[in-house]
Every structure is written in structure tokens, then in C-alpha cells.
Write a protein that binds this ligand. Structure first.
Ligand code: GLN
Length: 206
């Protein structure tokens, strides 16, 4: 079987780390910066970074509509941190933002994942931390949180895969996986292996 071809959205943020992990696992990576980069992909990763900036760049690059369609049509998608925020149907922008930022921050970007995320949910004081928790179907995973969101509401048909301190931090909804944390910044390759297995399965059964 040929190696999976995985797109990594490379407009801003921590995309290189995903590429290193995925190529280490045998995938072929393409940096996605324009609509033609979406051709022939078996899956796509939306990395962490700054979701407001990434959302603006999605529009500027012309990627917004074609990417949204590919995800809605079933392309396996892994959204981590800001990537999860891009996928969410609804975004809560809490008090950590200034009033001006809150006014201009959008209430949704791609909106393909029926969850509400709370941006910068851990506030200023506990903005970054590392923990370890079980992810359903994968096992124990180290979790690196950096100014992370958590999921406040998930529709019934969204599978909740992990919680930390009672807050949802990992979900799966059909082809979309949304994580509050950064699996690419830990030593563990479990999440990426699991994602690649979904990409292979979808490519094989298509
Ligand atoms: N706080 C960032 C945002 O709202 C996400 C942080 C991250 O991706 N590590 O977009």
C-alpha cells in the first residue's frame, strides 16, 4: 500500500512539528497554503497557533471554502488547539481577551465540528501545562497545553475521548478529531499513528 499523503495547513503556527512526526511515521506531507495544495490528500492537520490569524489567512489564501467542503465531504482531519478552534461551530472568547479583541474575534471559522470551544480557557495564570490522561481507544497520552481551549459543549453525536479536570479536551465526530492539546510537542506518536490509521482506512475504503 502507498504511504498516506497528509496535508498540513501551513499558514501560521506549529506546523513543522506535525510534519516531523508524520514523516517519521512514513507519511508523505504537503504544506497547504493554497487551494491546489488540497488535491490528492488522504488527510489534513490543522495545527496550533493563533486561530484568529489563521482564520484571516484562510480567507486571504482562498482556502476557506474549498477546505470547509473537503472536511464536510469526509476528509480525515486532525485539529489541534487553534486547529480545534478553526473547526468548532461556536467559539466563546472569554475575559482573557481585551474588549477590542473580543469585539473583533469571530464566533466561528470553518464551523464543521458541532462543539462550543472556550478560547484561552485556562486563563493567564495557568496558560501552559503538561499532564497525562487516557484517550479512549488510544490509551495514556502526554498532553501539552499552551493557551489552550477546552470544549464546553458537544452535540450528542460527538464522541468525547478525553477530559482533564472535568473539561473535554479530545473529541471525534466522524472524520474530524479535535484536540485541545499539542500531541506533536510530546515524545508520544500515539495520536498521529491513530490519525494515520484513519486516513489509510478512509483512502482504502473510498
Ligand atoms: N490561544 C490560541 C487561540 O486562541 C490557541 C493556542 C494554541 O494553539 N496553542 O487561537
Amino acid at each position: 500500500m502507498r504511504n498516506s499523503k497528509i496535508g498540513v495547513l501551513a499558514l501560521q503556527g506549529a506546523f513543522i512539528e506535525h510534519e516531523h512526526m508524520l514523516t517519521g511515521l512514513g507519511a508523505v506531507c504537503t504544506e497547504v497554503r493554497q487551494p491546489s495544495d488540497l488535491q490528492g490528500l488522504d488527510g489534513i492537520v490543522l495545527p496550533g497557533g493563533e486561530s484568529t490569524v489563521q482564520g484571516q489567512l484562510l480567507h486571504k489564501s482562498g482556502l476557506f471554502a474549498p477546505l470547509q467542503k473537503r472536511i464536510a465531504d469526509g476528509l480525515p482531519t486532525l485539529g489541534t488547539c487553534a486547529g480545534l478552534i478553526l473547526l468548532a461551530q461556536e467559539i466563546n472568547n472569554p475575559d482573557t481577551d481585551s474588549e477590542a479583541q473580543k469585539r473583533t474575534a469571530p464566533s466561528a471559522h470553518l464551523g464543521t465540528l458541532p462543539v462550543t470551544v472556550r478560547r484561552n480557557a485556562y486563563g493567564r495564570q495557568l496558560s501552559s501545562f503538561v499532564t497525562e490522561q487516557t484517550v479512549t481507544g488510544i490509551g495514556n497520552c502526554p498532553m501539552v497545553f499552551i493557551r489552550a481551549p477546552y470544549i464546553e459543549r458537544a452535540e450528542k453525536n460527538v464522541k468525547i475521548l478525553a477530559e482533564v479536570d472535568g473539561n473535554i479536551v479530545a473529541v471525534k465526530y466522524g472524520n474530524q478529531i479535535g484536540l485541545s492539546f499539542h500531541p506533536e510537542l510530546s515524545e508520544s506518536t500515539k495520536i498521529h499513528e491513530w490519525f494515520l490509521s484513519q486516513c489509510e482506512y478512509t483512502a482504502f475504503s473510498a
